[in-house]
Design a protein around this ligand. Structure first.
Ligand code: FEO
Length: 396
């Protein structure tokens, strides 16, 4: 079959999802430079058929047409809702309507969300508990509760025959173009970016879920966004590292500058770190892609924040970015702040408070009036050296 249309992953297991080539923003926040996919899977049993997750509203006819190539959409008996977010569950009502006998299968929390968000009547919902199974006839689906990845109701579905895990958002990436992981050269970068955006705030729940599936025989991981993993060990190993919060000798530098004074401190600290063999990722915030920053933070041991004082505190662009960083809970251990002010400071105090509230050890903060003098730059270089030592002395 044409993989761009419908693809058979394993015997009687089909990808029937949709490619959203042109979507460029998710949650009114996350840039999607490579588009995304809404992966839906059809499992055809001897007695029953199951659809695992659906697609974003607007793609329901495409999904219906794809299912039709394999079975009559009116013969889908179970719609498995691993996750209630509308990009996977928003077209459930359409498919429930096609077959008045179809049942929605989800967790107890999912059931409440299906009623609230998708208006699925209670009598058409089958609640499954952790490790419960459904027999389709020659195909057994097992449900694994995996809450807070990244909503409270999330679960994984595991198909024993073939060892296929359907984890919905977990292990996903926003890439429209490929069916399998080995078709995207830099897939791990996209997966890391996705992990940072969606899963990083829930690293402890990610660890629990990984522990829960560690003894399963998994030959294919079929997430709800991006390519399907045939090389399962690569993504599993990466997720173990990211969930544990393992960092590298890397610093993410984010800054904004009004009259270049803050930038004149950012450049020497960046160069000092680089000369000390610390990997750096530098982002000027008015032009930066939020997803790139987040991807860098997944494995960064340190953060450097540069902001002038504006309106008595951090520049609003730096404040907004730092609040987002805080909410995403990166595993960052060390921080440094550089700042310039015109007539009254305030940015450094606020920046230190924010970083400290993230449990980041602020190893130094430099605040100068106007453009930095030569001696100010010397101090910045010393701060860079101190930060480099801290980064190198930490084991992970
Ligand atoms: Fe892809 Fe959380 O939805």
């Amino acid at each position: 079959m044409n993989w761009r249309n419908v693809a058979e992953l394993s015997e009687d297991v089909y990808w029937v999802g949709a490619r959203d080539w042109n979507r460029r923003l998710f949650d009114a926040l996350i840039p999607l430079p490579k588009g995304t996919t809404y992966n839906s899977y059809l499992v055809v049993g001897e007695k029953k058929n199951a659809l695992i997750d659906t697609v974003n509203p607007g793609f329901e006819k495409e999904l219906e047409a794809k299912i039709s190539q394999i079975v009559d959409p009116r013969d889908v008996d179970c719609i498995i809702m691993n996750h209630a977010e509308p990009d996977h569950a928003g077209t459930i009502p359409h498919f429930m309507h096609l077959n008045s006998k179809a049942m929605l299968v989800t967790t107890s929390r999912g059931a409440k969300m299906a009623e609230t968000f998708h208006k699925v009547p209670e009598k058409r919902i089958r609640i499954v508990s952790d490790q419960e199974t459904i027999e389709l006839g020659g195909k057994t689906l097992r449900f694994i509760e995996a809450p807070m990845l990244h909503w409270p109701e999330t679960m994984f579905t595991y198909l024993s025959q073939g060892g296929i895990l359907f984890p919905c958002d977990f292990f996903g990436s926003h890439v429209a173009k490929a069916l399998y992981d080995d078709e995207v050269e830099d897939l791990i970068v996209h997966a890391r970016r996705y992990f940072g955006e969606i899963m990083m705030p829930f690293r402890n729940m990610a660890e629990k879920a990984l522990e829960k599936i560690k003894d399963l025989e998994i030959n294919i991981i079929a997430p709800s966004h991006g390519p399907i993993h045939r090389n399962t060990q690569r993504i599993l190993k990466a997720y173990k590292r990211w969930a544990r919060g393992e960092t590298r000798q890397k610093a993410t530098i984010i800054y904004v500058t009004m009259w270049k004074s803050t930038e004149k401190m950012i450049h020497p600290i960046a160069e000092t770190l680089a000369s000390e063999d610390i990997e750096i990722a530098l982002h000027e915030l008015t032009s930066a892609d939020v997803g790139d920053i987040v991807e860098d933070l997944v494995e960064s041991r340190a953060i450097v924040l540069g902001t002038p004082t504006a309106l008595g505190g951090m520049h609003p662009v730096a404040l907004s970015a730092t609040q987002l960083v805080k909410a995403l809970r990166p595993p960052t251990k060390f921080g440094a702040v550089v700042s310039s002010y015109g007539w009254g400071g305030g940015a450094v105090r606020q920046a230190k408070e924010l970083l400290t509230s993230m449990k980041v050890e602020v190893v130094g903060a430099i605040e100068v009036k106007g453009p930095p003098s030569e001696s100010d730059v010397e101090q910045v270089i010393e701060l860079g050296k101190t930060l480099a030592r801290k980064i190198k002395n930490e084991s992970h």
